[in-house]
Design a protein around this ligand. Structure first.
Ligand code: 4AD
Ligand code: MG
Length: 433
């Protein structure tokens, strides 16, 4: 008899198998017990019929407590009523680890309570589905960039530079020097691009943001591709192909998980159709003004959630908003060739109210311009000498972008809040567990 995972049940219909599981819920009558089981690969039901098992096994089935771990032995059958499609008719149960009274019962719990028990909450089926989809998106990311000829170049986490501005930095000591936790790997990826052409990083990034919103984490994972000999338009084409690839792979490989979440797959399918619409920042401002809903919005303003949501709602697919005012964007973006006031950049706004999922730009190549911008930003020139070297020695047009993994997971899974898109979220007032 084979020991299998629940997910492999389809290959063992009418066969006797053994599976290591935890109990998530149960109900029983005098003659039959239904055990809801999970093993990390899927969730399914074990049926224990009194007349078919020993008295001892039926007693265990009636009394076993939630989250007890055990081996069940039995025969796999089809079960058309469940998302999963199979169940096990249990013949034997062997307890592995007893469980105390489990805090997360099948009833509703408040968010704070669940967040305090995040280490256990991860076991529930919705969290399982989100983490599986996150994992698929990570897998597809590596596959996509490898297929496209990119090399992964890991950026440091302890740094002396502040690419995205100095207000949201996590300060730390580096022996007797000052250092920061990385806000973005971009500047290092630019060095990578000048060395290896097409590169990407994928790692944790940190923002000491005081904002408590559904979209902000303090620690989040960012995918940052950077491409030499590449202008912004080619970068936008890669961005939309990448997003469509993520969505397509989730559709292809996570049907079960999307069903658990109740995510509308027809809506997701629409996001695989390219190209995505592109509008300029100027047009975006005009749309907001014409809507009548944003009486105070003026050219030069940065967009908050309500503005991004309104703009995205005007389109049925993600939309690129291009060429923002120089004053509200970081120092490294390429200035517009004919306009003083905007830079060559784009944010990709996700539909359904999920806001910005990608920020990217073409990079400035002129050393003097960059020096000026570094000074204006109040940064310390000597921390950026290495970055300026990239312009001094064979500079080329180059572009790149950053995708916030958790923003993309929240959108693709259709969840309300970014805290459920990462195993252990770091939020304004939370570092436990
Ligand atoms: O727009 P951002 O700040 O861009 C950069 O960091 C660039 N250096 C990227 C690059 O060009 N290589 O951040 C990029 C993305 C955002 O679009 C968003 O998806 C995500 O990172 N992001 C956050 N996600 C969760 N919590 C936060 N606090 C985030 N801040 C940014
Ligand atoms: Mg941004």
């Amino acid at each position: 008899m084979e020991t299998i995972s629940i997910i492999d049940s389809k290959n063992h219909v009418n066969e006797k198998v053994k599976i290591g599981v935890w109990l998530t819920n149960k109900r029983s009558s005098g003659k039959i017990a239904f055990l809801q089981l999970r093993d990390g690969s899927a969730y399914f039901q074990g049926v224990v019929v009194k007349n078919n098992v020993s008295e001892e096994v039926f007693k265990i089935a009636k009394e076993v407590k939630q989250e007890t771990s055990m081996y069940v032995t039995g025969t796999i059958h089809e079960d058309s009523r469940s998302h999963f499609g199979y169940e096990i008719e249990v013949e034997d149960i062997e307890i592995v680890g007893e469980s105390e009274d489990y805090p997360i019962t099948p009833k509703e719990h408040g968010t704070d309570f669940l967040m305090d028990h995040r280490h256990l909450w991860l076991r529930s089926s919705r969290q399982f589905a989100i983490m599986k989809i996150r994992n698929e998106m990570i897998r597809a990311t590596y596959e996509f960039f490898n297929k496209e000829g990119f090399m992964k170049v890991d950026a440091p986490i302890l740094t002396g530079s502040a690419p995205e501005g100095t207000t949201e930095l996590f300060h730390t000591k580096y022996f007797d020097r000052d250092a920061y936790l990385s806000q973005s790997g971009q500047l290092y990826e630019e060095a990578g691009a000048m060395a290896y052409g097409k590169v990407f990083s994928f790692g944790p990034t940190f923002r000491a943001e005081k904002s408590k919103t559904r979209r902000h984490l303090i620690e989040f994972w960012m995918i940052e591709p950077e491409m030499a000999f590449t202008h912004q338009e080619e970068s936008l084409e890669l961005q939309e192909r990448y997003i469509a690839y993520l969505v397509q792979n989730v559709l292809d490989h996570c049907d079960y998980e999307l069903n658990i979440l109740g995510r509308d797959k027809d809506v997701l399918k629409r996001y695989t159709e390219l190209p995505y619409p592109r509008i300029s920042y100027d047009e975006a401002i005009k749309m907001l003004q014409d809507s009548g809903e944003f009486p105070d919005v003026e050219w030069g303003a940065d967009f908050g959630s309500p503005e991004e949501t309104y703009l995205a709602e005007q389109f049925s697919k993600p939309v690129f908003v291009m060429n923002y005012p120089k004053a509200i964007k970081p120092f490294y973006m390429k200035p517009h060739p004919t306009r003083d006031d905007v830079v060559i950049c784009a944010d990709l706004l996700a539909p359904e109210g999920y806001g910005e999922i990608i920020g990217g730009s073409e990079r400035a190549t002129d050393t003097d311009y960059l020096k000026e911008q570094i000074e204006k930003a109040g940064l310390n020139m000597k921390d950026y000498e290495w970055y300026l070297d990239l312009r001094r020695y064979g500079s080329v047009p180059h572009s790149g972008f950053g995708l916030g993994l958790e923003r993309a997971v929240t959108w693709i899974t259709g969840e309300d809040h970014i805290r459920e898109a990462i195993p252990f979220p770091r939020l304004l007032n939370r570092i436990y567990p």
